[in-house]
Design a protein around this ligand. Sequence first.
Ligand SMILES: *Cc1c(COP(=O)(O)O)cnc(C)c1O
Length: 339
Amino acid sequence: MPNLTLPEHLQLARANTPLQKMEHLSKQFDVEIFFKRDDLTGSELSGNKIRKLEYLLADAKAQGADTIITCGGAQSNHCRITAVAARRCGLSTTILLRTADPKNPPPTEGNILLDKLVGAEIVWVSPEEYKNRSAVFEQEAKRLVQNGHRPYIIPEGGSNHIGSWGYIAAMEEIQHDLIAIGKDNFSKTTVLSAAGSGGTTAGLILGKKMLGLDVNVAAVNVCDDETYFKNEIAAICSDFINNFAHDIHVAKDEIHIVDGYVGRGYALSSPEELRAIYNLSLTEAVVLDPVYTGKAYYGMINELKKNNNAFGERIVFVHTGGIFGLFPMAAMFEEIFNG
Ligand SMILES: *Cc1c(COP(=O)(O)O)cnc(C)c1O
């Protein structure tokens, strides 16, 4: 089997994460369900973003940058992982975190605590400013330059053509994982994950194309809708194809979005979603996060309840991390435990 040639990158993720069969879940739906444990890519670096950052931070260093600027929601996993990884590489970070009232930012808990522990500079921005974040990025970059720094901007979620390499490499890992256990009938397999900014899904689709696998790649969107994600993912894929001149093509109808599970909105949980997280913790002792993997999981089991063949014979659910986002939700979980 030929290996992919990957560009220069940093070694930051604990890659070759386990592929674990979920026994109870598989029995419950009479489908083989595996979890690709990308929540085990590290401790403070845990989650999917570190795979993308291996390529993005290598590029930042190659360009001589000394400060990373990036953005996300208040409890952004991406910003936390960027802040930790950048610090480890000797770089500083400025992170733009979205919050309803920037004058009254949320308490120092979960990811925010970790951001502060590694000395990230936090700039609180309102939802309106965040919508126009390219202007805020420019303004912050200008300020850093005036103070003698060399900033490097990483877009939301690290989702661009460079970051895509992370999940191209992960798709190759999944291919090897499945072959190692004799499950190489890829056409009957779906690789399923949560989509928040689309880069993970884009990487998995590009990886499948570059490896020539006929595996199905699908994603449950945790915000926006199917049209938005098809456009975003198609744009990341075409940027990648243009930049790295690979002889592949991604059509929009190959981008499978499982819409209908945004629920109350981005980072807002419903009791049903939290109950699903609790149930999985009780049966498999695997803990999901409320913002991404919990919603994707809730979407997966609801689709399976309607049709247990919805994703084929086998599902590889990518557990993309996010555990620190659970802790600010403790009070809502109390209600689930008591109810
Ligand atoms: C960012 C994130 C995702 C979504 O990945 P994208 O590449 O942004 O679509 C999924 N799960 C977790 C835990 C995340 O932090």
